[in-house]
Design a protein around this ligand. Sequence first.
Ligand SMILES: [Zn+2]
Length: 399
Amino acid sequence: MKPLLTVFVDGLPPECIENMPFVKSFGNRSRIRTELGYSVTCDSSMYCGVRPNRHLKWFIWQRAEHGMYKWTKAFVRHPGTDLMVTAYTAYRLTKLLNHTNTSFYGIKYITGSCFRYWPEFDMVEKKLWSEPGFSDKYPTVFDILRSRGIPFKVSGFRRFGGGSSLAQLQADSFRPTQPWTFVFVGDVDGMMHKHGPESQETRTLLRRVDQRLETIYQELSRDGEDPIFMLFSDHGMTRVEKSIDIRKRFREHGLRLPSFVHMIDNNFARFWFDKDGDREKVQKVLASLEGGFVITDEVARQYHVDMPDNRFGDLIFYLDLPYAFGRTWYPLGLSAKTKPYHHGYSPDHSCMDGLLVASKSLRSTNMPIELCDIMPSILEALGQQVPHGLDGSSIWRTS
Ligand SMILES: [Zn+2]
């Protein structure tokens, strides 16, 4: 059995392959349809092989009884506690005291809601993708291989600010060759958000990533036999032209955003209603926004984000391109600038597509490749049986 090298590049748009001559040397290529959501949504679909309405990780923050900021409940009742300095202190303390969260993001500051609501929320990710039990719903590809005793190597994780993922790949050694080597490139997403896909900074980084991938590939080749190569990204990136100040929009309707339990992400506004009449008030504000729509049950089903309960919101509004919500509640006002490039827009926008490149032939183009196809494809490339009942299916051509 040939060893398998899979490379996950977070946020690599398909067009960027032009700056990666080694990756481009593999002839089998496709776009990947992304999910309606951010990286957290995409990652779970890739590693569990099911869509968001089954893995239930749609946004980083969900409303929950026992969140990591629950201890701040006693403080948020006092006036003046929506001050950023209070929120920032609570964040630093929680980070210091909580060692159980080992997710990719670690403990996050909540930029999408004011401090008084922090005790109401919890992160959907508590573990890193490759750790046992990442999902409490479905085993990941890592869990399955672990349970079958198939050894694998994971490299490139930059854990909560622990330096660059490329630096880790540079320092790591890939010998002896494992049946499966999983390489994570996390630096591209951040660079894209800041400088966009076309910038010189991004091109230089992609060139460096490409060079390291080539040497890793060479390290894994043994006795003249090359590994199977598979590179994928979870979403693309696009320039956001216009910003909407949602707090101002509420004020224009004689309302205050902090009166409602809310969570504002880059292009989603989510609300939970505890009082009668609140839904109508919020709907009126949202209806006045320039672009976007409320995610109705029908829309949710169409994008496989229909959820079993209201953990992600009683009312979820999607803001479409070219708009984004300006940053709402940011620590000490230090980073109030909106990132110029973003993802998280509808998968119907082709600029949101991810990329797939492989050394093996792909299935016919009649069946577009989706993120949930990644997990069964990794298993099949390793000669492993694919579990029944997944949403995804193998991307490889069967002859
Ligand atoms: Zn991502």
